[in-house]
Design a protein around this ligand. Structure first.
Ligand SMILES: Cc1cc2nc3c(=O)[nH]c(=O)nc-3n(C[C@H](O)[C@H](O)[C@H](O)COP(=O)(O)OP(=O)(O)OC[C@H]3O[C@@H](n4cnc5c(N)ncnc54)[C@H](O)[C@@H]3O)c2cc1C
Length: 313
């Protein structure tokens, strides 16, 4: 084995694929299968929400946008190009990273939901995470990789197991590293039958821990959500689900009385800055790749490429 990757969320799988497709022999160890990770709960539209530092994020985000846009053109990846709006009842400036988008424009008045005064419209890759994670796992195994569901008790204990270890443990890095800069940001979402919504919509109005958004995925629509900092609770909270559906239905009347199909909860691995750096581990090297906050799906390919370049020297 050339490389041992810890974690099979979007970050671990993308990093493992990048290394395996570069010709290295790669094994993933993960505490839970991909479908049970935080990554499985994501919306998931390309963007750089709650992630830093901005200079590196722009580079990782550019790579993510390129790779995900290409995947959107391939069948079976779970990724497609989707149009949508971010809207507000007050003044709203596009984020710095929206400069990477080619078709960003202000919303026409007719495109704003009732009561909203500002917004922008754009097209970006949107992933249906359960399908996308299946695709990533299959692609990793096609490249010769092996995935083991087997929790790691300590990083130091991995010395000597592979010349390169990559730590992609998400919010669990707080204890595993340990790294007190990592804070979970709990996100709960509702999966509903899609009443015909075609464009995604994000309302930037609610105060933390709330946010209102809807992402259509064919026959289903993912409704959100929460941004609850410091909360490790992964249990479904029915009262929060009710509030999510009510918040979305207040903006999009077609969601009133919508059929609920499921619920997901994830812990965004927030850190003021993504930790992408290496340190010695025994005679080998330990790479850290965690702390992607609200943007891990979007940053994954850029971070993976950076580690692969460094490992190949
Ligand atoms: C509701 C919600 C909506 C989101 N929307 C978006 C979006 O629209 N766009 C976007 O880009 N991002 C979005 N995100 C953020 C994104 O989901 C995260 O940034 C991303 O999932 C982080 O991926 P990860 O692989 O680092 O972590 P995870 O997906 O949490 O994976 C961590 C992996 O590490 C493993 N692990 C942990 N500890 C150990 C151990 N001791 N031994 C072995 N394995 C271990 C776990 O089992 C798991 O496999 C959203 C998140 C949420 C919750």
């Amino acid at each position: 084995m050339d490389v041992l990757v810890i974690g099979a969320g979007a970050i671990g799988l993308s990093t493992a694929i990048s290394l395996a497709e570069a010709g290295l022999s790669v094994t993933i160890r993960t505490a839970v299968p991909p479908a049970q990770t935080t990554s499985a709960a994501a919306g998931a539209v390309w963007g750089a929400v709650k992630v830093g530092p901005p200079d590196r994020v722009l580079g990782w985000g550019r790579t993510g946008l390129e790779v995900l846009s290409k995947l959107a053109a391939e069948p079976g990846t779970g990724v497609r190009m989707a149009a949508g709006r971010e809207v507000s009842r007050g003044p709203l400036e596009p984020y710095y990273w929206t400069r990477l988008l080619t078709d960003l424009r202000d919303c026409e008045e007719s495109e704003l939901p009732d009561g909203f005064t500002n917004g922008w419209h754009y097209t970006a890759p949107l992933a249906t995470m359960p399908v996308y994670l299946d695709y990533l796992r299959a692609r990793f195994e096609r490249a010769g990789g092996t995935l083991e569901v087997s929790p790691v008790a300590s990083l130091a204990g991995l010395a000597g197991q592979a010349p390169v270890v990559v730590n992609c443990s998400g919010a669990a890095a707080r204890d595993l590293v340990p790294d007190p800069a990592v804070v979970p940001v709990r996100g709960q979402v509702v999966i509903a039958a899609n009443p015909g919504i075609e464009e995604f919509l994000v309302s930037r109005d609610p105060e933390p821990p709330w946010i209102v958004y809807m992402f259509p995925h064919g026959d289903t629509v993912l409704l959100g959500g929460t941004n609850d900092e410091g909360n490790w609770d992964t249990d479904l909270k029915p009262e929060i689900a009710e509030r999510i559906v009510a918040g979305c239905a207040a903006i999009e009347p077609r969601l009133r009385g919508v059929e609920i199909l499921g619920h997901r909860v994830g812990l965004r691995p927030w850190r003021p800055e993504v930790r992408l750096e290496s340190e010695p581990l025994g005679d080998g090297v330990l790479w850290h790749n965690y702390g992607h906050g609200g943007a891990g799906i979007s940053m994954a390919w850029g971070c993976a490429a950076e580690i692969t370049r460094a490992v190949l020297g």
